[in-house]
Ligand binder design. Structure first.
Ligand code: UGA
Length: 343
């Protein structure tokens, strides 16, 4: 099988290519702006990589969509600070660039596995979000946070419509707060543009206060990336076409925690870490308002829990890694990385 991964140096992309090269005989063609997370893959005989921008290297992309059996367009800005501060950049990259890829998959008959997002459910009040039944609830236009969710939702709808017309073989995944090594760059976290786990780890490393936005009562279900990759591999393998035309929530409902609980768990792990148990001084945990942290364009999701019944039944998938283990692996990897950098 030939697989095209756009955004192969990203958090999901690099973990996926590692798994593919270790456990299959598939060929992978990857593109990304950077290659700093790909040490394990560069030079492998079944991995071809082009360092470049998907907005520029259009011919390379079209050629590879034509050549490959499956395309995974993983390129996207996926941090809430960017949704609020650079909404048009989010739209241009996450929507416009990916729409072109979707259309080329239609043109060349290439199967697509599209990364939708847990964000599409928005402020849905369901205790567990269901792929095929939950209502998608977004805030008003001046709450620019929702541009990411809205961009992804429209692409989901476009892909779905092509599928209904018999023009596109597709599956979609909705990752729920996947965490693990290489989640975000620590440098991005310095600018506040990373996801919460990376942000808190940077705060701990720099002994700055950990900030709980609006008290940190909002909840997420944190999912270990390798569990997520198990599901993604089953979808790529697609025995008997089981994943065709389906949207899958890929999350760990048992790993639910409030942001406040997350902060205390991470700080405890940091304090116990052999390199830091004698630091003496550790980050305080403080509260802040979302207007001060993100700006007025922000609105939050109070609770976000997936129903994973469909992934269980169709893919035989079950997340295995508990929250404490997932956080410890993630923290340890970041601390190791930070040793070799200026953080
Ligand atoms: C994320 C991002 O949109 C995407 O990465 C992704 O599509 C999706 O969720 C997902 O992974 O499922 P969110 O969970 O809101 O959205 O993003 P985080 O930046 O990880 O924030 C989680 C919570 O922590 C938010 O309530 C935020 O306000 C809070 N937070 C964040 C703090 O309290 N303090 C901080 O310093 C940073």
């Amino acid at each position: 099988m030939k697989i095209l991964i756009l955004g192969v140096n990203g958090f999901i992309g690099n973990a996926l290519v590692r798994r593919i090269l270790h456990t299959t005989d598939w060929d992978v063609y990857g593109m990304d702006l950077y290659s700093n997370k790909l040490d394990h893959a560069l030079g492998h005989p079944r991995f071809r990589f082009l360092e470049g921008d998907i907005a520029i290297n259009k011919e390379w992309i079209e050629y590879h969509i034509k050549k490959c059996d499956v395309a995974l367009p993983l390129v996207a800005i996926a941090t809430p600070m960017a949704y609020v501060k650079k909404p048009l950049t989010v739209f241009e990259l996450d929507f416009e660039e990916n729409l072109r890829v979707v259309r080329q998959c239609v043109q060349y008959g290439t199967r697509i596995i599209f990364p939708s997002t847990s964000e599409v459910y928005g402020m849905c009040a369901d205790p567990e979000f269901s792929e095929d039944d939950s209502t998608l609830v977004l805030g008003p236009i001046h709450k620019q946070r929702w541009i990411y969710s809205c961009s992804k939702q429209l692409l989901d709808r476009v892909i779905w419509a092509y599928g209904q017309e018999g023009k596109l073989q597709f599956s979609m995944i909705r990752p729920f707060n996947w965490i693990g090594p290489k989640l975000d760059d620590l440098d991005a976290a310095k600018e506040g543009s990373s996801r919460v786990v990376t942000q808190f780890i940077l705060n701990l490393l720099q002994r700055e206060p950990i900030k709980l936005v609006d008290g940190g009562f909002q909840k997420r279900c944190f999912t270990y990336v390798e569990d997520g990759i198990d599901a993604l591999m089953a979808i790529i393998q697609n025995p008997g076409g089981i994943a065709d035309g389906q949207i899958f929530n890929i999350g760990n409902p048992d790993n639910e925690a409030s942001v406040k609980e997350l902060a205390y768990l991470l700080r405890d792990l940091f304090v116990q870490h052999p390199d830091h148990r004698h630091d003496g001084v550790y980050s305080e945990i403080v509260e802040t308002r979302h207007e001060d942290y993100y700006g007025k364009g922000y609105q939050d999701i109070v609770s976000r829990k997936p129903s994973i019944e469909k992934a269980r039944q169709l893919l035989g998938w079950e997340p295995k890694t508990d929250l404490g283990t997932s956080l410890k692996i993630t923290l340890d990897a970041f601390l190791e990385e930070a040793k070799g950098s200026a953080v």
